[in-house]
Design a binder for this molecule. Sequence first.
Ligand SMILES: [Zn+2]
Length: 428
Amino acid sequence: MVQSPREERFWDKARETGEQEERRARLSGELLRTLRLAFQRSPAYREIFSAAGIDPGRMEGLEDLEKLPILRMADLVSRQKTAPPFGGFEVAQDPPRVRRIYINPGFIVQPGEVDGEDSSWAEALVGAGFEAGDSILNTFNYHLWPFGFIIDKAAKMIGATMIPTGPGNTLMQIKILQSLKATGYIGTPSFLMTLTQRAEAMGLDLRKDFSLKRGLVAAEMLPHSLRDNIEKKTGMRVRQAYGTVLIGCIGYECRHKTGLHVPENIIVEVVDPETGRQVSPGGTGEIVATNFSGSYPMIRMATGDLSMFSADACPCGRTGPMLRRIVGRIEQAAKVRGTFIHPWQADEVIALYPEVYKYQVVITREDHVDVMTFVVELKEETRRAEMIRARIERDIKERLTIKGVVRIVSKGTIPDQHKKIDDQRSWD
Ligand SMILES: [Zn+2]
């Protein structure tokens, strides 16, 4: 761990600020090693690769990554059912030195702590500002969900002290924060908000009575307003990290909040979920990640989350890839003429028009071409309706990069419990 004079902290500065070619070469090597291991020892991967006509011996590196099939959670779950407990994805040698068996919601089983250490969460903690000597309240669950333990290990790796409290027990946690003078918080943003609100209601001064300096939040979206609110009230710095328990950390914010830095021991791709091909630079797609676990490697595991890479350089000096932000789930998005349209994008357009009462995006198909229609109800009838209609169409084209049609309807046309994007296309 290095602390530069400008307060930037790194888990492995040489790697995190290294040259692009070095990074590619290192990741290519790790990928090939992991593929060989998976092919030799994991019956599931052997079957998956063989079915896709992949010979790991012929893979040359990162440039061949797209040839590998995408691994979906549904496939992992069904293989765990037919080949319990781990579905044949495990690569540890017999006898397996499994210290823990983690159980995830949905009865997804995962061997924990076999070989080596995954540094992705440690890198995230340091990047978010944590350091040796911090005492951290860990409010993530330690049972029936592995993340409490996983992040606990990461705290050990950076030399911090963990106070495992799990979620809930708000009053007790406030007492612990006060009496142990905890400097850090790990948990969901909503629980951090609950803690601060309750403490305030008890008449505590969050800056004087607490010693909180930093927080790492995950597992939920972190709205700007919530972060600002907590940072102002407590004086702590709140940063977010994103990942999954099977893959590891996929992205974390440094102090500059420019995006989600991808840890150095993982390959992250943004792909078209239908083809598995990487989208063009900056484009929106599904996050797919590959880790190099020596026990339970995840190779091109799909997350269902949508994001895009940022082309900006971060002032912290990290040179690796950076995701802009998580914009939603693939099941909420619709792909229209090859472009993902997500509810938040449609909201951004409509937010420009205070005259709009309600709206819905309807996707249909006419003569084999996708048609995107914004059905719009106005707050009141106006002679400016035609002008508003034309302006919204212009803004759709500008912001969503594809053409949309706007149809203004009378109030009450759009049902109350409506989906924001109604995809009416059928593909048979
Ligand atoms: Zn940064």
